[in-house]
Design a protein around this ligand. Structure first.
Ligand code: UD1
Ligand code: CA
Length: 453
């Protein structure tokens, strides 16, 4: 079996974006263009990935640093053919090389897999994907011979009138046998309108020496839309969001107003969950069944269990178990873990904390770097003061069944043991043993009749 590798082209300037940022680092909703392409290849089973970087390569390399990909530097951007050649040292004769434009984020793993099967079943030496759009974009045209086989691709800028009228275009996804690909490198030149080395000349060179190149025509052109301009970016974003909304609804989720509900490609939402308007669900978020989310929630790479209510709140890199009620106006900052049957209410901010089963933090409280046990009651206006004057963070521990009275400050590091009570208005800087009452506030003085004197 030949080894499958992917070369992802991401070295271009992206001039038409009019941006300081390299094109592939622009986001489609919540994720960079290049990440969609790498993830799609990965999901199609191609782990061996080579990304061609060039324009502002430092930024792209830095962005990709947590991925297991090899970056190949294209020092000068001399065209897409020249870009592929930068990975030549990684191409073996019996490899199968998938090449994909890095500016085509909606390409699906399913299409990539079907395309590879098409090449294998047809026993082709190379293949490419074509599409017909409602309005023909400024893409390379697919020129076929009198038998209907591929003859060559002609870039729009190099087309004569007859070629311009062709509606079938090259979408920028190719696959070649390593040997044929490397042979064709020697024949690439830049005798064309843009004075560039075109990848689109490679099929012609393979055909010219008797090789066979297949054309896989895709039915749904939407996923092959490339991004060259801000306008393309908005079109692709709209397509993505339409798809994710449809998928959620197909899976039994109610969207009160789909057009004001934004769902990432990587989100999973359980059936009978209802989402109210103004809600953004981003990253790898999982929401269970039978939840009510929104209006106006922002949920980022978080997990929410079944039967939860999350109203007008932000949940960032956190997890919430079943039967919880969050908000309105709660802010769960990264690494908050809320167990089942909890309430985290209005104007409560949490961070890097564990909140145990059945615990209630209903209003106006800050919980930072804390471990709160089960069935704890945190009354209104409690602060876990996690930072000391040396800017060091310390933890607060509140054990099962404790009660923290209103407007108390817990100076970390400090532990409140099981079933202890902290009286309202206390500043606690010593541990409180179990079943004890801690009270730390000035004694009240009442001057009777003072105002009548
Ligand atoms: C390319 C195709 C065209 C196709 C269209 C589909 C060529 C010559 N033309 O045109 O047939 O219809 O895509 O969208 O390939 N890149 C580099 N180095 C370079 C130049 C480009 O890495 O020197 C990368 C870009 O970052 C981009 C990709 O290659 O991700 C495609 O380049 P782009 O300039 O967008 O090609 P198009 O003109 O769109
Ligand atoms: Ca392009």
């Amino acid at each position: 079996m030949s080894k499958m590798k992917a070369i992802i082209l991401a070295g271009g300037k992206g001039t038409r974006m009019k941006s300081e940022l390299p094109k592939v680092l622009h986001k489609v909703y919540d994720k960079c263009i290049i990440d969609y392409v790498c993830d799609a290849c990965m999901e199609a089973g191609i782990k061996d990935q080579y990304v061609i970087v060039g324009h502002k390569s430092e930024l792209v390399i830095d962005h990709l640093k947590d991925r297991n990909v090899t970056c190949c530097l294209q020092k000068e951007q001399l065209g897409t053919g020249h870009a592929v050649m930068q990975a030549e040292q990684y191409i073996n004769d019996d490899d199968l090389i998938l090449i994909v434009n890095g500016d085509m984020p909606l390409i699906s793993p399913y299409t990539i897999k079907s395309f590879i099967s098409f090449l294998e079943l047809g026993n082709y030496d190379g293949a490419l994907v074509s599409a017909v759009f409602d309005k023909t974009p400024a893409y390379g045209r697919i020129i076929r011979d009198s038998y209907g086989n591929l003859a060559k691709i002609v870039e729009q800028k190099d087309c004569n009138e007859e070629e311009l009228a062709i509606e079938e275009v090259n979408i920028g996804l190719y696959c070649f046998k390593g040997k044929h690909l490397k042979e064709s490198f020697k024949k690439l030149d830049n005798n064309n309108a843009q004075k560039e080395y075109y990848i689109t000349d490679i099929p012609y060179h393979i055909i010219n020496v008797g090789g066979r190149v297949g054309v896989y025509m895709i039915q749904d052109p939407d996923e092959t839309q490339g991004i060259n301009s801000r306008s393309d970016l908005s079109i692709v974003t709209r397509t993505l969001l339409t798809n994710t909304r449809e998928k959620a609804m197909d899976n039994g989720v109610t969207l009160i107003d789909p057009s004001s509900t934004y769902i990432s490609l990587n989100a999973k939402i359980g059936k009978d969950t209802i989402i109210y308007p103004g809600t953004n669900i981003q990253g790898k978020t999982t929401i269970g069944e039978n939840c009510v989310i929104g209006p106006n929630c922002h949920i980022i790479s978080s997990t929410i269990g079944n039967n939860c209510i999350v109203e007008t709140s932000k949940v960032d890199l956190s997890s919430i178990s079943d039967n919880c009620k969050i908000g309105p106006f709660a802010h769960l900052r990264p690494n908050t873990k809320v167990d089942a049957n909890c309430k985290v209410g209005a104007f409560v901010e949490t961070k890097n904390s564990n909140i145990g089963e059945g615990t209630k933090v209903p209003h106006l409280t800050y919980v930072g770097d804390s471990d709160i046990g089960k069935n704890v009651e945190v009354a209104c206006g409690v602060i876990t003061a996690n930072m000391n004057i040396k800017w060091e963070k310390n933890r607060t521990t509140i054990k099962d069944g404790a009660f923290i009275g209103c407007n108390s400050t817990l100076l970390a590091p400090v532990t409140i043991e099981e079933n202890a009570i902290v009286a309202a208005g206390s500043v606690i800087n010593e541990n409180v043993p179990s079943d004890s009452l801690a009270i730390s506030r000035p004694k009240q003085t009442t001057k009777v009749g003072y105002l009548k004197k």
